[in-house]
Design a protein around this ligand. Sequence first.
Ligand SMILES: [Zn+2]
Length: 388
Amino acid sequence: MSQTLIKNIHLLVTNDPALGKSELGLIENAGMVIENGKISWVGASESAPTAEKTIDAAGKAVIPGFVDSHNHLIFAKDRATEFSARMKGENYSAGGIATTVAATRKASDDDLLSNASRLVHEGLNSGTTTVEIKSGYGLTVKDESRSLHIAKQLTDETTFLGAHVVPSEYKGRADEYVDLICEQMITQVRPYAKWIDVFCDKGAFTTEQARKILKAGVAAGLKPRLHANQLQQGDGIALGVEVGAASVDHVSHFNSQDIEKLAASKTVATLLPGAEFSTRSIYPDARRLISAGVKVALASDCNPGSSYTTNMPLMIALAVREMFFTPEQALWSATKGGALALQRDDVGHLAVGARADFVILKESSYIHLAYRPGVNLIDEVWQHGKRI
Ligand SMILES: [Zn+2]
């Protein structure tokens, strides 16, 4: 397999502190060699080895591809009307999910796959080279199972979210629905799912129900992650740490005990600024988490209700502007942080041996991702060593 050298990179973000300056492992005037879909060399451009193919980055910046670790892409129809109503003053509640559940149950497999594939490609074109996809709009054994079967065709990072909301046919019988998840759904989705997730919040599932579901998932070989404290302060973060969740997601509300628990654990806090943006909610202050040593990821939370975007550069801009990340912290969280949230060490960085998933920006620095919000700064996207 041929080697490709990318030379004249004004600023290369490796996310490996051993390779360059700061946590981002920055190398100025860098070169990078790709071989067999992986990074085989990084260093100063002038000392780069020769390769069969050479690409001149012409003074642009190169960053790792974004790792978007939280998405709900298996659904039918959008909820533009609900969004419009919310922007006119209605409050967001978890109940809106039921609209998408009804549409998703009626949709064909082909329609669900083509819609999800469209969104994966939309993300890829804006630099997302690793994407996580959840189920959660089927909420029957059959519909959750087919949702994950479809998701598995698009990514290895598939998450069973049968516990998204209690479906209307189980209204007032939430515990019976929890039993259905634990006793039937988990077994059926197991071949297609890597992760298990629960929406543990007001209007969704209680901490006790979430603990039961996560434990049943872990017993079946799924790895836990959790939607926690999006809508109110609760025990979701503590539960995530208790069960060893790879990440607790949203964390729009947290207290000092939550911070201490996260900082002492391996659980990543995944912040989803697209949800605050699209629901006109108050953003959490990421400085409190980061300064305490909590590992933080950023993801787009693409879903038709509360964050209908796949755009990670927008998440970086919002994180910097609204959540008080520095541009460096935001980029790290959108790449290496996402990889940690998915427990992946082959993506989210550009050291030797990493997957050759990277983005050539149109500008000379990653700072422009926050500094020029809404502008398409993606020049080229490479995935598995191939330019897409
Ligand atoms: Zn979500």
